[in-house]
Design a protein around this ligand. Structure first.
Ligand SMILES: CC(C)(COP(=O)(O)OP(=O)(O)OC[C@H]1O[C@@H](n2cnc3c(N)ncnc32)[C@H](O)[C@@H]1OP(=O)(O)O)[C@@H](O)C(=O)NCCC(=O)NCCS
Length: 110
């Protein structure tokens, strides 16, 4: 039996990228835009799909989309931060997490 290929979609209305397996949502990475920065603050994969590399695939495609949009990445989410440590190809479009960003994020998320 062949495994279904996961697909990644950007959901602008909900400010997140979602990974779908067999048409079902298996995980998401959530962001908010701050001028040209896309601030990633939370990533999750449903327990049923854990440990299959889905978060890695999701974040890889999300960050590739950020580049295509001409935006920059701010990795508040620890999973995205860890991913970036291993994937130097995004270093040129990554900004550090500053107190200003965290304060802005807090005010936006309530
Ligand atoms: C973190 C999470 C998204 C990983 O999803 P996944 O599809 O199982 O992840 P992958 O298979 O792509 O990668 C697993 C890797 O994630 C790492 N990881 C697990 N939890 C992590 C966390 N909280 N922060 C950073 N990295 C984490 C693991 O160490 C593993 O690394 P390894 O490849 O070196 O062993 C998932 O476990 C989850 O939803 N956890 C609960 C929410 C959470 O803690 N989110 C992260 C902070 S916002």
């Amino acid at each position: 039996m062949t495994q279904p290929t996961p697909t990644v979609e950007r959901n602008d209305a909900r400010h997140r990228y979602e990974i779908l397996v067999d048409g079902k949502r298996a995980g998401l990475t959530a962001y908010l835009d701050r001028e040209d920065q896309r601030v990633f603050y939370h990533t999750e994969v449903d327990d049923a799909y854990a440990g299959q590399g889905l978060a890695s695939r999701l974040v890889q495609e999300a960050l590739t989309d950020v580049r295509a949009a001409g935006k920059r990445i701010v990795p508040v989410c620890p999973y995205v931060a860890k991913f970036l440590e291993r994937h130097g190809e995004f270093a040129d479009i990554t900004d550090e997490v500053t107190p200003d960003v965290l304060e802005w994020l807090d005010s936006r998320l309530g």
